[in-house]
Design a protein around this ligand. Structure first.
Ligand code: FES
Length: 163
């Protein structure tokens, strides 16, 4: 897929740059905007940002690798975020994540988000989803699922297969 930033987004970012005393300071805002648009930060996005802000690509790449909120790979169409913080951990979120990963043929022990080769699913551990009283909690494409057991996990996978 070719990398092309829409003119409206580029104009927005150009305008944003004028609010900073030095262009470089807009780097994080550029990366957030590009990730929101493309879903992740590609090599081309890093190079484009560097060109726009008069930087070397390494100056931008180091931000992408330093901040955990930036992704370097596209995510799956169904994104499954399993809470791993205390209440959910005590309620079995590790087993839940393992169930998702095992069923999808993903590495259940990897730290980074795991995406299936067909691009259907991404599974990852996240920190508290602010619903500790209904643990274990899973966020699926922005929808919170509460007290998720093995059967509901299967239903989540089934829905994702159909998506
Ligand atoms: S600990 Fe999982 S939602 Fe708070």
């Amino acid at each position: 897929m070719s990398f092309s930033v829409p003119a409206s987004l580029e104009a927005e970012l150009d305008e944003l740059t004028t609010h900073y005393p030095v262009q470089r300071s807009a780097s994080l805002m550029f990366l957030h905007a590009l990730q929101e648009h493309f879903g992740y930060i590609s090599k081309e996005a890093v190079e484009w940002t560097a060109r726009k802000l008069g930087l070397q690509p390494i100056n931008v790449q180091e931000l992408v690798t330093f901040y955990p909120m930036f992704r370097q790979e596209p995510l799956g169409r169904t994104q499954i975020k399993v809470c791993r913080t205390l209440s959910c951990a005590l309620a079995g979120s590790a087993e839940l994540r393992e169930q998702f990963c095992t069923r999808l043929g993903l590495d259940a022990h990897a730290h980074a988000p795991q995406t299936t080769p067909d691009g259907r699913f991404t599974v990852e551990f996240v920190e508290c989803l602010a619903s500790c009283g209904t643990a274990p909690v899973v966020l699926v494409n922005g929808d919170l699922h509460h007290q998720v057991g093995a059967a509901e996990a299967e239903a989540i996978l089934k829905n994702g297969q159909a998506a």
